[in-house]
Design a protein around this ligand. Structure first.
Ligand code: NAD
Ligand code: G6P
Ligand code: MN
Length: 444
């Protein structure tokens, strides 16, 4: 097996997730050796700060690994084997508006779902294309971009239309985080689960969860209907452990009580329980505030601590499935392992009733030059109806971005299940246009 050490560039180097990803990568160093990690960001000050923590992680985990910090795409991507993308266009300041503007109109306010997700999508499409072009210009021909940048569904659709041949694989850690919780319920390691799943990103269902060939859906259904997707362990978990995440996992309880056949992605709460979510949201204090006062603040505290004393800061930054998953997918590509992972790929007949160019989240075998899809097949009417509505909302948004069309944007907002009418859609869209002047393409 070719074990040449990898050069990995992280775009969005100033992210709150960077240190956790680097730690997860370096912890796998024996099976997946890394020669160099490069952090790339547009925001030099933020990245330089985060780099203090990343440098600490490298020094304490794998001091032989070279760390490069840059705002130059050429320096970041030249000769790279992988680009891990995790950019947030507009930072938390814009996330806050994505969440608060819809809430002011009585609609779900969320990072990737509903009006907020559409607005975030409109900001992110063109910066992602630029990033891909820079990767293609400088990196190895064999380089893959593994993209975590949200909203992953919209990003995936736009990239598939504008750069269909680019080596970009869009991924999401939510199914893996759910698998972690399911494996805790079952008392097994999450790597022992063999799952079947279909849907769009942040919009799908597990149809099978097997351990050693045995179907565990009945046991999981019974547990979730009683407790939600939770055991005692989750409360102590570093990833997804804030009160709002615990509530999210708990909300799978009513969902599985109402629709017992499959196990839902947690994000379906925003579409199927929108009224409940809005009722329990505070338009003055949303998840963006919780993150800024939680994960981001803790990270900055750890950085200050390192600067002051070089003290021990483990536990003060985000580690867990998020970093493990992107490292696992990269390893599957690097060594052509063709491991089975849930990834976001063109439908091409996988889910009957969705167009070929829908970007669907499904299990596939991930290899060096190719992702090998596994068959999904027919899905019942209820699920297909939900998928089609969400897909077309997102497709209208991408149309709007590419054509600079106000009308298509209004159609995207109107089609979204979290928005009750065209009138409300228009009010939210018009406020979003104002708030996003600096970021959105002009809509006419
Ligand atoms: P963050 O704001 O802490 O970090 C994002 C960084 O990206 C910032 O430092 C910012 O300056 C930088 N950036 C913005 N535009 C850029 C560009 N064009 N080029 C290079 N850098 C750029 O955000 P975060 O909360 O750590 O999240 C980072 C991203 O990862 C978000 O898009 C988030 O939604 C996504 N995410 C996805 C998953 C998933 O499962 N798909 C999981 C976690 C986070
Ligand atoms: C999950 C999702 C990501 C999302 C993240 C948000 O991990 O899969 O796509 O970005 O949650 O988490 P946050 O803690 O920033 O609200
Ligand atoms: Mn995700």
């Amino acid at each position: 097996m070719n074990k040449q050490a990898q050069i990995i560039a992280i775009a969005g180097g100033g992210s709150t997730y960077t240190a956790g990803i680097v730690k997860a990568l370096l912890m796998k160093g024996k099976t997946f050796p890394v020669a160099e990690i490069r952090l790339y960001d547009l925001d030099k000050a933020r990245q330089d700060n985060v780099a203090v923590l990343v440098d600490y992680v490298v020094r304490t985990q794998a001091p032989h690994v070279k760390l490069t910090i840059t705002t130059e795409p050429e320096v970041a991507f030249s000769g790279a084997d992988f680009v891990f993308a995790q950019i947030r266009v507009g930072l938390y300041k814009m996330r806050e508006l994505d969440e608060k503007i819809p809430l002011r109109h009585g609609c779900v306010g969320q990072e990737t779902c509903g009006a907020g997700g559409l607005a975030y999508g409109m900001r992110t499409i063109f910066p992602m294309i630029k990033l891909i072009d820079q990767m293609e210009r400088y990196a190895k021909n064999s380089c893959w971009m593994l993209n975590y940048s949200n909203p992953a569904s919209i990003v995936a659709d736009a990239v598939n239309r504008l750069r269909p041949n680019a080596r970009v694989l869009n991924i999401c850690d939510m199914p893996v985080a759910i698998e972690r919780n399911l494996s805790n319920i079952l008392g097994v390691n999450r790597y022992e689960l063999d799952v079947e799943y279909f849907g769009l990103n942040h919009y799908g269902w597990f149809t099978s969860v097997k351990v050693a060939g045995e179907e565990k859906i009945p046991q999981l259904r019974a547990h979730i209907q009683q407790y939600g997707m939770l055991t005692e362990q989750e409360v102590e978990n570093a990833c997804h452990a804030d009160p709002s995440w615990i509530k999210t996992f708990k909300n799978t309880q009513p969902l599985v009580q109402m629709f017992p056949e499959y196990i839902p992605n947690t994000y379906l709460q925003y579409y199927l329980m929108a009224d409940d979510i809005v009722e329990h949201s505070n338009p003055e204090y949303t998840r963006a505030n919780e993150v800024m006062e939680g994960r981001e603040k803790k990270m900055f505290e750890a950085i200050a601590q390192i600067k002051a004393s070089d003290g021990y800061v483990d536990g003060k930054f985000h580690v867990g499935v998020h970093g493990e998953f992107i490292a696992d997918v990269a390893m599957s590509i690097a060594y052509d392992l063709r491991n089975k992972w849930l990834v976001i790929i063109p439908n091409n007949g996988l889910i009957k009733g969705l167009p070929d160019d829908a970007m669907v989240e499904v299990p596939a075998l991930v290899g060096r030059d190719k992702v090998y899809p596994l068959q999904v097949g027919e899905v019942p009417h209820f699920y297909l109806g939900m998928l089609q509505q969400q897909l077309m909302s997102e497709k209208c948004l991408v149309d709007a971005a590419l054509e600079g069309s106000y009308n298509k944007a209004l159609q995207a907002f109107t089609l979204n299940k979290t928005i009750p009418s065209a009138k409300v859609a228009k009010k939210i869209l018009d406020e979003m246009i104002e708030a996003n002047r600096e970021f959105w393409p002009a809509l006419r």
